[in-house]
Design a protein around this ligand. Structure first.
Ligand SMILES: C[S@@+](CC[C@H](N)C(=O)[O-])C[C@H]1O[C@@H](n2cnc3c(N)ncnc32)[C@H](O)[C@@H]1O
Ligand code: SF4
Length: 451
């Protein structure tokens, strides 16, 4: 039942939400407007009581020095200082407008995520000005985590110090690979010496949590080089490491080239990419790290969590700000407009929120969303879904689970009454988790374009 081609084909994607983005539309805008205009909904707890829904904030900074040939994010590479300033003004105004919405309630912001693009593309001055302006309308003093994504070559010692002073607690560094030939081939803007320079500043600034991103299956990757990537990452000893398996969604440079030339992708097949991640997980485990999801190993889970991911996967609210960014408030999915002029025009000329499309999931779709996201951790607790969605997920999808158990991807754990209380993925299952998820999609969303 796993839905995977052996080769890495154009059109593969990373599942981060449900129902697929392609199904969201402008017709549902009234629903997100109404969600924003009303107090927040509460979340049902295990003991039957209800509690405030955790609230997070995502800010999209869409600038990069260069477009990597594998990248599928909304990024701009040719913007001048004046255009960046207009963007920062629009983002500031957006946050001001959102902060006035009743849906905020009196909730503190529990986690903040500066993603991109490359947030570290902004200069120290631009960053200080952005934070200062944001804090005029919003505070995240009580946030347990402030993540900031960085591309190594955009960092300087003063920028790293400024980020720490501005309250960043989790710095995520896009290393991707340590081989200069591979970095260059894949269109990365940085080389390995910039990783090492940045690393010394990062260590000196003493962030509570530093994450390194790697990609298994960059063009040109080999076993020897991959072992070297793992060895050098271990040498740096970050708190966590995130390893993505290379995807080729439609909008990457590589995908467009491949579709034009009708050639096979020069990216390793899925089995090889999984073998590389398996090898990396084993090496990190030998060094004391724990596997915390299909993509992540963590040095000390008792000290370091990943609040953004864990909250989002349990149905928290997320305010999405910045161009094309997507969020979720009071049970409604929404996404901002994806074009530069539309985004700036909405905020700076029309003084309104730049939301472009939305979707109101049914309760069943919210259940599926949480289940497939939480499965990426490697296990599901059935009681959580029974309490929150009144559904026995083991029973409801018993045929799918049975086929995954047969294939060696999953195991059903039972309590003393013979009732399944936990579903666990094997390492084989975890490494292909994205291919296991579409089996839980409703029939109308199988085979549709994802974004
Ligand atoms: C927004 S970027 C991180 C910050 C910064 N822009 C950078 O690249 O250093 C998020 C991460 O997505 C991953 N990524 C981007 N395109 C990918 C693809 N096609 N397949 C797998 N992972 C990808 C990379 O590991 C990258 O670090
Ligand atoms: S991977 Fe990062 S640096 Fe490269 S284009 Fe995408 S967002 Fe920019």
């Amino acid at each position: 039942m796993s839905t995977e081609a052996a080769k890495t084909e154009v059109g593969s994607y990373f599942i981060s939400n449900y129902p697929p983005f392609s199904q969201w539309s402008g017709d549902a805008l009234a629903h997100i407007q109404s969600a924003m205009a009303n107090p927040p909904l509460k979340q049902l707890q295990r003991d039957g009581s209800s509690q405030e829904t955790p609230l997070g904030l995502y800010l999209h900074i869409p600038f990069c020095r260069k477009r990597c040939k594998f990248c599928y994010f909304k990024v701009f590479t040719q913007m001048n200082a004046e255009e960046i300033e207009r963007y920062v003004s629009a983002l500031t105004r957006e946050i001001e407008l959102v902060s006035q919405q009743p849906v905020m309630g009196r909730r503190p912001i529990r986690f903040v995520y500066f993603g991109g693009g490359t947030p570290s593309f902004l200069s120290v001055k631009q960053l200080q000005s952005l934070f200062q302006r944001l804090h005029q309308s919003i505070t995240w003093e009580q946030a347990e985590e402030v993540t900031f994504e960085c591309e190594p070559g955009t960092l300087s010692e003063s920028k790293v110090i400024a980020l720490r002073e501005l309250g960043v607690t989790r710095l995520s560094l896009g290393v991707e690979n340590f081989s200069d030939a591979i970095l260059e081939e894949n269109g990365r803007a940085h080389l390995s010496k910039e990783i090492h320079k940045a690393w010394d500043w990062i260590v000196a600034a003493n962030f509570p949590n530093v994450n390194i991103d790697l990609i298994s299956g960059m063009v040109g990757e080999t076993w020897d080089n991959w072992r070297e990537n793992v060895r050098r990452t271990l040498e740096l000893s970050p708190e966590s490491v995130t390893i993505y398996q290379m995807e080729l969604p439609f909008n990457t440079v590589y995908s467009k080239d491949l579709l034009q030339t009708q050639q096979a992708a020069p990216v390793a097949d899925w089995q090889t990419k999984r073998d590389w991640v398996r090898y990396a997980f084993e090496e990190f485990q030998t060094a004391g790290y724990k596997v915390s999801s299909a993509y992540t190993v963590v040095k000390d889970p008792s000290k370091v969590s990943f609040s953004y991911r864990d909250n989002l996967w349990r149905g928290s609210d997320l305010i999405a700000t910045g161009i094309a960014s997507f969020g979720h408030l009071s049970g409604v999915h929404y996404q901002n407009v994806p074009e530069w002029n539309q985004y700036l025009g909405a905020l700076l000329d029309e003084d309104r929120l730049p939301i472009g499309r939305a979707f109101v999931p049914t309760k069943d779709q919210s259940l599926i969303r949480e289940m497939i996201l939480q499965l990426k951790r490697g296990y599901l607790e059935t009681e959580y879904f029974q309490t929150k969605f009144e559904t026995d997920i083991a029973e409801r999808w018993k045929d799918v689970w049975a086929s995954y158990v047969r294939d060696g991807f999953a195991e059903m754990k039972v309590d003393s009454n013979g009732h399944c209380n936990r579903i666990e993925l094997s390492m084989d299952g975890l490494l292909r988790v994205d291919a296991l998820l579409p089996a839980f999609f409703e029939p109308q969303f199988r085979g549709v374009r994802y974004t």
